[in-house]
Structure formats: structure tokens, C-alpha cells
Design a protein around this ligand. Structure first.
Ligand SMILES: Nc1ncnc2c1ncn2[C@@H]1O[C@H](COP(=O)(O)OP(=O)(O)O)[C@@H](O)[C@H]1O
Ligand SMILES: CC(=O)OP(=O)(O)O
Ligand SMILES: [Mg+2]
Length: 396
């Protein structure tokens, strides 16, 4: 009883559940976990909210009960139904937006939940999905401790210049700032570098988190100095279905053309990026397998803009010693890494293609002045760490 921690990481296209064993005091050992991919566009009737309900429908977290979600039930039921037999000591959640209020994880209360719900418009692809399981557990089992762990918190170390838009102060005061996201992932990368490569961690590092959502982060001494994402998770790098950096004049033009807020929001969050450019798919693997010129255009655009942004981040840390690739594309796509680094060859970056093809931990050529690493991220572990810390401290 009470010797497990449940972690829920709801992204824009996947839902990950991890269970950690707490029997060894102060030691988080991963017990088991699972992932559902293709949520959203590919399976419009399968939402994270439904999946969370399906799993959490009974207090012992054993039953999966959602009649219209046969596939989800089967997947979740197969591994959760037979494995989780206990009420967790706490549930830790990835919450994408913490707004100006949270620079650290926090125990969930009615007030916290109400505040986080006000941020839904700032992360329409994520926040509602992130909060749905929190709400379900909070209402049905209020005595289970829950902790909100934010994508934005890791970036709260940013300098004022980095945090601002060139807008009047009143907008900043109302929360219109560059927050940065994927902070749980960057926190993990910083920890791994500190543990395994302390020299690298002390240097000038850019980490590129390239998943369905994509961003890059400049770090010094394991602290975030700058991020490509801003007020929302739309800015910066092109993504699976989001455009990344966009002239705000385009949005004004869309309004003038009579598009509504909802139409523009849908276009920018669901129909742009690799999907919009190619007109074929949001998945980089489909584009790499296609002969269509529009697929090549999308791949070229992605590699060009990612490289351009990495170069831009170097201003914040005055150069670059190490580039780290992580998340779905970063960890697995040798061609994407190769094209991005090809656009940065003028910096001296050179890959060892055999190591790159093998997704090796270090893929740069021996003579490359900038080391390039592939490091699988683990946002769930960071959520578990923060959750344990928050419940131990009894934070509110
Ligand atoms: N083997 C692979 N080769 C190329 N891309 C991959 C591979 N595996 C996953 N991806 C890409 O990673 C993306 C998902 O990244 P991930 O970080 O797992 O997702 P999320 O952003 O939902 O957390 C998918 O869009 C897919 O295109
Ligand atoms: C913040 C963000 O874009 O997250 P994801 O990559 O999970 O979509
Ligand atoms: Mg993710």
C-alpha cells in the first residue's frame, strides 16, 4: 500500500504512464510503464481525457472501462490492468503551462487547479489534456496527493531581456512573456550531462527536443538561458502540425480575410508544420519515405529552420560546445540530424555518419570542434522526482 508513484505525461500526440516503486526510501525505481501514440489527429475519438478516465475509473486503478474506446482499453488494460493493484502514494502530472505563477512543481489544490484552467487558451493542444486526469482524480479521490510539474518552470531562470517581447510593459505585467516549454525534458538532459559528462554540462550546450512539438534550449551550467518557444508552444521550430516562428502579420491577414479565432487556432495548432507544408503527413517518417516534392520541401524547411534556430541560440551562450538531440525525431531520425547538422557545417560541426546511423550516444566526428550527442529523454523520471520532492516538502 502507498508504495508506488504514478506519473502521467500527456503530450500533444502521446500519453505515457509510468509507475515507480518507492519501497526503497528516497529511491525512485521504474517499475513499469506504457505509451499510447497517435492520439489526436490519427484517432480523433480517442482523447487523453478518455484514456485517463478509462484507467482511473476505479480507485484501485485496475479497471479500464470506456465502451467506445476498445483499442485504448485493450492497450491500457493489458499492461495496467494486470499490474497496478495499489493506490499510489501520489500522482505526478506533466502540465505544459504554469504561467507566471509557478517556477516549481506544486501540490494540486482547488485554487491551483482553477488557476491552471485559466491557462488553457495558452496551450490549447495540451493544457486541457494535462488537466483532465488531474480533475478526474481530484474529484473522485480527493485524498490522493497530486503534483503538477510544469514544462515552463525550468526556463524561469531566463534573463529579463530574454523573457520580454518588444511590447509595452503592461502586456508583460499581464503575463505576455516568453515562457519556454519542454522544461521537464531539458531538466532531464541537464541532469544526465551533470552526472555522466560534468565537463560538458559546465559548457555551452544547446539541446534540441524534436518530437511532435519541437523546441531547442540554450544551457549554461545546466541552467536554461534561452528557448525557442515563447508565450505559447507555437513559436520557434516548425513542428508536426505547428508552424513555429510566424510573422504575426500573417495572423492579422487571416483575421482580415474573415477567419475566426477558432479557425486560426485550429490551423496553427493542427494543420500547419510538416503536415501543412507537405500536405501528406505530420510524421517525418512518412515524408522521408515519400517521393513527393512537397514532402522534400517540408523536410528541407524543418532542417533549415531548426539549424537557423540553433545558430540563433548560440548568441545567448556566446558560442557552442555541445549539441544534444532528444525526443522522437532527435533520438531516432539519423536523416533529420544529418540535414540539420549539414546546415551548421559552417560552424565546423561534422557528424560521423556511421555513428549517426546507429543512433550512437556521441555522433560527431572526432575532429568536430562541437560535440553532438543523442540522449533519450525521460520526462517521466523528472516528474517522479519533482512529485516526490513536493509531497515530502508538503508544498502547497
Ligand atoms: N524511428 C523514428 N524515426 C523518425 N522519427 C520518429 C521515429 N520515432 C518517432 N519519430 C517521430 O517522433 C515524433 C514523436 O515524438 P515524441 O517525442 O515521442 O512525441 P511527443 O511529442 O508526443 O511526446 C513523431 O512525430 C515521429 O515523427
Ligand atoms: C510543449 C509541447 O509542444 O509539447 P509536445 O512536444 O508534447 O507537444
Ligand atoms: Mg513529448
Amino acid at each position: 500500500m502507498h508504495d508506488i508513484l504514478l506519473v502521467i505525461n500527456a503530450g500533444s500526440s502521446s500519453l505515457k504512464f509510468h509507475v515507480y516503486d518507492l519501497r526503497e526510501p528516497d529511491t525512485l525505481s521504474f517499475a513499469y510503464g506504457g505509451q499510447l501514440s497517435g492520439i489526436g489527429g490519427a484517432h480523433p475519438d480517442f482523447t487523453v481525457r478518455d484514456a485517463a478516465k478509462a484507467v482511473l475509473v476505479q480507485r484501485d486503478l485496475r479497471a479500464a472501462e470506456a465502451p467506445d474506446l476498445a483499442a485504448a482499453q485493450k492497450t491500457l488494460g493489458d499492461w495496467l490492468g494486470t499490474k497496478i493493484h495499489r493506490v499510489p502514494r501520489a500522482v505526478g502530472h506533466r502540465i505544459v503551462h504554469g504561467g507566471p505563477q509557478f517556477a516549481d512543481s506544486v501540490l494540486v489544490s482547488d485554487d491551483v487547479l482553477r488557476y491552471l484552467e485559466t491557462l488553457v487558451p495558452l496551450a490549447p493542444l495540451h493544457q486541457r489534456n494535462n488537466l483532465a486526469p488531474v480533475r478526474v482524480i481530484h474529484e473522485q479521490w480527493p485524498d490522493i496527493l497530486q503534483v503538477a510539474c510544469f514544462d515552463t518552470a525550468f526556463h524561469r531562470t531566463h534573463d529579463k531581456v530574454v523573457e520580454r517581447f518588444a511590447l509595452p510593459q503592461s502586456f508583460y505585467d499581464r503575463g505576455v512573456r516568453r515562457y519556454g516549454f519542454h522544461g521537464l525534458s531539458y531538466d532531464y538532459i541537464a541532469q544526465r550531462l551533470r552526472r555522466d559528462m560534468p565537463e560538458v554540462a559546465r559548457g555551452r550546450v544547446v539541446a534540441a527536443h524534436l518530437g511532435s512539438g519541437a523546441s531547442a534550449c540554450a544551457m549554461l551550467d545546466g541552467r536554461s538561458v534561452e528557448s525557442t518557444m515563447g508565450f505559447t508552444a507555437l513559436d520557434g521550430l516548425p513542428m508536426a502540425t505547428r508552424p513555429g516562428r510566424l510573422d504575426p502579420g500573417v495572423v492579422l491577414w487571416m483575421l482580415e480575410q474573415g477567419m475566426s479565432h477558432d479557425e486560426i487556432q485550429h490551423l496553427l495548432y493542427n494543420e500547419s508544420g510538416l503536415k501543412g507544408l507537405s500536405g501528406i503527413s505530420a510524421d517525418i517518417r512518412d515524408l522521408q519515405a515519400s517521393d513527393a516534392p512537397s514532402a522534400q520541401l517540408a523536410l528541407d524547411y524543418f532542417a533549415y529552420r531548426v539549424a537557423e534556430s540553433i545558430a540563433g541560440l548560440c548568441v545567448a551562450i556566446k558560442g557552442l560546445d555541445t549539441l544534444v538531440f532528444t525526443a522522437g525525431i532527435g533520438e531516432h531520425s539519423a536523416p533529420a540530424r544529418s540535414s540539420i547538422c549539414g546546415n551548421l557545417a559552417w560552424l565546423g560541426i561534422e557528424l560521423d555518419e556511421a555513428l549517426n546511423q546507429a543512433n550512437a550516444p556521441c555522433i560527431s566526428a572526432a575532429r568536430s570542434p562541437i560535440a553532438v550527442h543523442v540522449l533519450p529523454t525521460n520526462e517521466e523520471l523528472v516528474i517522479a522526482q519533482q512529485t516526490l520532492r513536493a509531497i515530502s516538502a508538503g508544498k502547497r
